[in-house]
Every structure is written in C-alpha cells, then in structure tokens.
Design a protein around this ligand. Sequence first.
Ligand SMILES: C[S@@+](CC[C@H](N)C(=O)[O-])C[C@H]1O[C@@H](n2cnc3c(N)ncnc32)[C@H](O)[C@@H]1O
Length: 216
Amino acid sequence: MSLKEILFQIGLRKIKKDRWREWGDGKIRGFLRSTQEGVDSPSRQKIREILGQFPGATLLDAACGPAVELEGYRKYGTQVDYTGMDATQKMIDYARSLFPGQKFRLGDITRIDQEEGSYDVVLARHIFEHLPHYREALVECHRVARKAVIVNFFIELNSSREDIITTRGTDYYNNCYSRSLFEEFLEETLKVSSFENFRNLGPSVFSENEIYFMCK
Ligand SMILES: C[S@@+](CC[C@H](N)C(=O)[O-])C[C@H]1O[C@@H](n2cnc3c(N)ncnc32)[C@H](O)[C@@H]1O
C-alpha cells in the first residue's frame, strides 16, 4: 500500500460506521449482483436512460462498489467514458479484476481529489444514506460535474423537515433524509436551477428507490 493510500485510510477512519473494508472477497463478489439489485434493476435502467442524453460523456461513478453500473453500460451499450471511484480498496481491486484496463480510483466522495468540472456527469448511487450526511458529498459531486449530477437514493426521502440519521441496527448509516430540506439544499446552497425527480421506479429490494437528476 502506498503512503498516499495509507494516509487516505487514516482519513477514512474519521467517517463513523465505515465497515466496508472489513468485507471478505466472497461478499464483495456477490454484492449487488442479484437479479433484483443487478444491472436490470429499475433504477439502473433509469440511470442508463438519463445517460442516453449525454452520449460519449465522461462519467464519474462516485461510489462505484464492484462496478455493477459499468457492467450494465457494457451490456446495454451505454456510451460513456467511465471512471469508477470508491473509498474501499477491495471494491476497487475487484472492479479492476472484472474490467482490466478500465479507469478505477480510490477516493472519498466527501473530498474528491479532482478539479472543478473534471467530469461531464457525476453519479452518486446508493451512497448518501450511508454517509453521516449528504451535504459534503453532494457539494463535491456538484463541484466536479461539468454538466449534470445524478443522485439515486435507496431510501425514499421523508415528508417531514427532519433528516433521520440512523444505523437501524446495522453497522452502516441508513439515513432517511427530508425531501424538502434536500430540495432546498439543491436550490439555495448549490443554486441548481432545475431538477427532475423520478419516483416509484418499480419493484426492487428497496421499492422506495428514487432518482434526482440535475443539470448545471
Ligand atoms: C451500497 S454500495 C453502492 C455501490 C454502487 N454505487 C452501486 O449502486 O452499484 C456503497 C459503496 O460506497 C462505498 N463508499 C462508502 N463510503 C464512501 C465514501 N466516503 N466515498 C466513496 N465511496 C464510499 C462503499 O465502499 C461501497 O462500495
């Protein structure tokens, strides 16, 4: 492990409940590749449909896990110049083993080591609920995106004015965020002029799946 990677791992310890790096190889191999969660899940289909508006775009998959998104892009011919980033070295190693020669990098979505506007589109799928909060990560995704940001929540946003920060008995944050606070954050902090929200995407493990798509 390089000095840069060691310093990165020390930094990550500050993020509570970060247990991803304790996973074994078998768990990583099967992760998100079931029929329901894999390439044909409704939210992944919708993401590919949105990406169809940006043919040839550079895309940062900002918490790529074992690269199931890339598998779907290859299978269905989605034309993007893909880079996968993840904070867990084992996820990156496994993704690289599946897709040799493809661009993968170790990185933290809450402080992306890239310049402003480095990618046409940034995707944050099934990650904001697992962070202490989405604010830092969303600011970073928005900063490094030149054209658009796609956010896919697996826990439906709630209709109250409260972000529910919880681990719900697991080792991971599974936060349920306030819809109105999230949309205010888009408008008032990020100054997003318009966004689209796709809900009720169909049956999945998490039937509450929803997507926010915002252009810059
Ligand atoms: C539920 S998985 C989602 C994987 C992928 N986005 C997908 O939907 O197929 C969450 C991933 O986020 C990664 N992760 C956790 N904290 C992160 C952080 N701060 N920055 C980047 N990736 C992170 C984990 O290692 C894990 O691979």
